[in-house]
Design a protein around this ligand. Sequence first.
Ligand code: FMN
Length: 165
Amino acid sequence: MNVQDAIRTRRTIKEFTPQAVPADVLDRLLTAGTLAQNHRLTEPWRFCILGPQAHAALAAVDAKMATKPVIVAVTCALQGDAFQRKEDYAAVACAVQNIQLAAWAEGVGMQWSTGRTAMSPETAQLLGIDAQAEEMVGLLFFGYPAATPPARARRALAEVVRRLP
Ligand SMILES: Cc1cc2nc3c(=O)[nH]c(=O)nc-3n(C[C@H](O)[C@H](O)[C@H](O)COP(=O)(O)O)c2cc1C
C-alpha cells in the first residue's frame, strides 16, 4: 500500500476480532513510531506495552479494555522548557500517526484513546507512569478490524487554506 492510499483509507478502529497481534508485528509498528520527526532528536516518545496481568488489571477498572486485543500506553517524556515540551508532544503525535499508518498498511487497526480511562491518574499509577517524568498522550488499542467504519467527512481544502499573493 502506498502512502497516499494508507492516508486515504485509514480509519480509527474500535471493534476488533479476538486475534492477537504478534509481538514482532507490534514491535515493527512501534519502531515506525520511533522513526518520526522530532526536533533536536529528543526522541520524547515512551511506550508501555501491557502484558496479560496489566491488561486484566485495566479491564477490572474499565470492562471495555477487555475487548482491545493489545493496549499500549504512549507518553511524552517531560524534558526542557515549555517550548520544548510543546514540540516534544507534537513529535509524539507524529509517532502515533506513523504507527497508525504503518499498522493500517499491514492490516492492523488502531484507535488512539484519550478517554477517561486513558487519561485518569489511576491508570497512570496502575501502569507505573511517573507524572513528574512523563505525560500521558493516550492509550493505543491495536487489533485486526472486525468492522471498518466509513470515512468521516472532512472540510474541503479551500475552507482551511488562505493563499497569499
Ligand atoms: C488526540 C486524539 C485523541 C483521540 N481520542 C479518542 C477517544 O478518546 N475516543 C475515540 O473514540 N476516538 C478518539 N480519537 C479518534 C478520533 O475520534 C478519530 O480520529 C476521528 O473520529 C476521525 O476518524 P478517523 O480516524 O477514522 O478518520 C482520537 C484522536 C486523536 C488524534
